[in-house]
Write a protein that binds this ligand. Sequence first.
Ligand SMILES: C[S@@+](CC[C@H](N)C(=O)[O-])C[C@H]1O[C@@H](n2cnc3c(N)ncnc32)[C@H](O)[C@@H]1O
Length: 299
Amino acid sequence: MDAGERLKHSFGATRVDEEERRRLIRETFAGVAPRYDLMNDLMSTGIHRIWKAALVRHGRPNPEDIVLDLGGGTGDIAFALAASAAHVLVADPSPQMMGQGQAREGQMREGQMRQPAPGITWVAAEAEALPFTDGSIDLVVISFAIRNATNIERALGEIARVLKPGGRFHCLEFSTPQPWLAPFYGMWSRTVIPVLGAVVSGERRAYRYLIESIRQFPDQAEFAGLIAASGMTDVSWRNLSFGIAALHSARKPWNSHSPPPPTSFAPSSSKRKSRSARMRTCEAPTSPARQFRFRSLVP
Ligand SMILES: C[S@@+](CC[C@H](N)C(=O)[O-])C[C@H]1O[C@@H](n2cnc3c(N)ncnc32)[C@H](O)[C@@H]1O
């Protein structure tokens, strides 16, 4: 069975149908949202911040860029990119996860944090059905979220569709570590993470899903193949922490009216609802310039 088919029907190690998988994932993130950021720090001993910094460095937008942080959750990446982009959108199906980010942005607006509020647009949407017009986004980033897409091929197709020709895609995700590391990593995953999940967030099942879904996810080369099959080009990746995570990058071809056949890829170094329904799910952009810009993204 190929990776796309395998992911569609698995909630971690349990076989489920597609609808059930989507429901369980929504339930999982609703449950972990209040403690999500704290758990990330504990589980990864803070290393997720280094990985995310690598994504932000790679993805650095141009000042006129419209950026989409897909599966953006509590907004870590969106906040980091907002300083250098014209506008950042977060799209995520979990109102609870985005609620945490919106609360953080509220604190910025009230001056309770050192960072000024960037005015992010929060959109309730799944990667498989993005409510944006074709060729409207300069940069799509996705961090630790593509694994949750039930139809990964459709999600990658949607990313390719909404990118402008020449637009960039960067994906940070857990991957397959080097063989010498696998036993230690396996032990940490099997023992420490579920216990932390149970004690800190009270959500043992959610953290078992995390570990099992990482195991199900395609390795670096297979995932690069899926990106290439979506019609994106210049696909490459670099391993982070010996392959525990990987940062895949690609670009939409300049002359892409129809997806070309899969192109070459290699490691870079060692490395639709109705329009009104969609609009209702979005927080109103703050400035008139942003309202204009955002409306132009919605078909
Ligand atoms: C592990 S969190 C990552 C959040 C954030 N990007 C980060 O790096 O901290 C995964 C996110 O994927 C979202 N998600 C679940 N299913 C999705 C889908 N089909 N499309 C896009 N995002 C999805 C969840 O709601 C959740 O916010």
